[in-house]
Design a protein. Structure first.
Length: 365
């Protein structure tokens, strides 16, 4: 986890009246909504005798421990101890840590540093999604890999003809998977790439883009990484982003968000059904397919990857892995800047300069 960043930790709809216990960044957290509907996040451990507060109940703005009923407010201060009576003196140390949250884009964002929510930078979001007016659907689940490896698995797509061969969404030539016209640039904490994924044959990249048969057609694809942990995939059928947030060193929480597909994926010749509910169903369905079809295959492929946590020297990357390489460089630079209390801007600018000597993974540069 990189300090001083916003990480999405849950979907908004995952927190209702009942407290929810989750693990993120190797911490046990409890979340609930106060009377005003504001999401609250506290350490999920009662300071009295260590009971998970997520097993407790909400009392108005407060959460009550199920063991002796001590109540804690939104700042984590104990405000009522039934055993001492209404006027009892509550010890100052009877408190839990509270965390800074924001709720935007249908997600709950957790700040991995100090400070008040209103003085912090904006939460990260791809412009393609923040300006989108159609229906979107979000779906979240836990995956058994470190979040760096999950981000890496989404930020290149040339594994698709191998890992996703035979799956419903793999309409690329299974023998293909060649990448042409690859371009990558870094702008602050956003890494963007554009390329054509196509069959490996004699045609030019441009010719493959105009092929009639879907399995002969080349695809114009964009893959972007927004630090600290978001990947967007763009093409002429769908736009999706994927977030991978640390749970611990072996697991991450994944959230995908699909827009409405630009045309029907499985039946490209058929126009979307003219039923209003169908517009909502399609991104909903894409999210489920992502989890149960695509990610199941990805997990089979990358389970057992070593080292479990990726870093600058963990891989021998090729030039087409530039997005991956920049992601690791920026991750390293931002973490260092935060730990050394240095301004992030200088670290970001330095990381954007390819340096084949210290960064030998990009040997093809
Ligand atoms: S353990 Fe929570 S109130 Fe006693
Ligand atoms: Fe994949």
């Amino acid at each position: 986890m990189i300090p001083n960043q916003w990480y999405a930790i849950l979907r908004s709809e995952d927190i209702r009246k009942k407290p929810v216990g989750i693990t993120r960044f190797s911490k046990k957290l409890v979340l609930y909504r106060d009377n005003a509907g504001r999401a609250v996040c506290l350490d999920d451990r009662c300071p009295h005798k260590g009971i998970p507060l997520s097993n407790g109940k909400q009392h108005g703005d407060h959460i009550a421990c199920p063991y002796h009923g001590f109540q804690f407010n939104q700042e984590g201060k104990c405000v009522h101890m039934p055993v001492l009576g209404r006027n009892g003196t509550i010890p100052k140390a009877m408190c839990v840590r509270s965390y800074t949250l924001r709720e935007e884009h249908g997600l709950i964002w957790f700040w991995t540093g100090a400070g008040q929510a209103d003085t912090l930078p904006p939460v990260p979001m791809f412009e393609n999604f923040s300006r989108y007016k159609g229906f979107t659907s979000r779906y979240g689940w836990n995956a058994p890999v470190h979040y760096t490896r999950y981000v890496e698995s989404v930020c290149e797509v040339y594994h698709v003809p191998f890992v996703h061969k035979g799956s419903a969404l793999n309409i690329w030539d299974p023998k293909g998977g060649r990448v042409d016209d690859f371009k990558c640039e870094v702008n602050g904490t956003l890494i963007s790439s554009n390329f054509i994924l196509r069959a490996d044959d004699e045609r030019t990249a441009e010719e493959t883009l105009h092929a009639m048969l879907p399995w002969k057609r080349g695809w114009r694809i964009g893959v972007d990484v927004q630090m600290p942990n978001m990947v967007q995939i763009r093409n002429d059928v769908f736009d999706v982003y994927v977030i991978a947030t640390p749970i611990d060193d072996d697991n991450c929480w994944v959230c995908v968000c699909y827009q409405e597909p630009k045309r029907d994926l499985l039946l490209p010749m058929i126009k979307p059904l003219p039923i209003p509910v169908w517009r909502r169903v399609r991104p909903w369905m894409m999210c489920r397919m992502e989890r149960y079809i695509q990610q199941a295959k990805d997990m089979e492929a990358i389970r057992g990857q070593e080292p479990r946590i990726s870093h600058l020297k963990a891989n021998k990357l090729i030039a087409l892995d530039k997005v991956n390489a920049y992601y690791l460089k920026l991750r390293d630079a931002l973490s260092r800047a935060a730990l050394e209390n240095q301004p992030a801007q200088a670290a970001i600018a330095a990381a954007a300069q390819p340096d084949p000597v210290t960064h030998n993974e990009m040997a093809a540069d």
